[in-house]
Write a protein that binds this ligand. Structure first.
Ligand code: NI
Length: 136
């Protein structure tokens, strides 16, 4: 992909804060940091526009909770069209962490995340909004 240089006018103090922030985050220069911010906005837009996106749903739960594991499995079968992969990690004697990698319409992914989150006994759910990379 060819690179384009462009000029940006911005308040001095805002730029100083930005430089300070990206330095803490480990960026070597502004170009990569600004490029990442732009792509972040594009991904956000993908999720709003209903295009096919990718995501990761993370769950933490106690597998001793009655019928929870089978309820979560049932839900995942209901959404099998959008689930690419599920990884189950036994965190300790009681707790499981599950990572569900998905690709599909944002509404479907959100629907799956909501259903998993609202399942009795699920202690933590997060949805990481990623992209297929096709539209950014
Ligand atoms: Ni487990």
């Amino acid at each position: 992909m060819s690179l384009v240089r462009f000029g940006v006018s911005i308040e001095e103090d805002v730029l100083a804060k930005f430089d300070n922030l990206i330095k803490k985050k480990g960026y070597a220069n502004r170009s990569k940091a600004i490029g990442d911010l732009i792509r972040e906005s594009l991904v956000e837009q993908e999720w709003k526009s209903g295009k096919v996106v990718a995501g990761i749903i993370t769950l933490v739960y106690d597998h001793h909770q009655r019928e929870l594991a089978s309820a979560l499995t049932n839900t995942q079968h209901d959404f099998h069209q959008i689930i690419i992969s599920t990884q189950h990690i036994h965190l300790d004697h009681h707790r499981c962490l599950e990572v569900v990698v998905v690709r599909g319409k944002p509404q479907e992914i959100q629907g799956l995340a909501d259903k998993l989150r609202s399942t009795r006994g699920v202690e933590h759910t997060s949805l990481s909004m990623a992209t297929t990379g096709k539209h950014i």
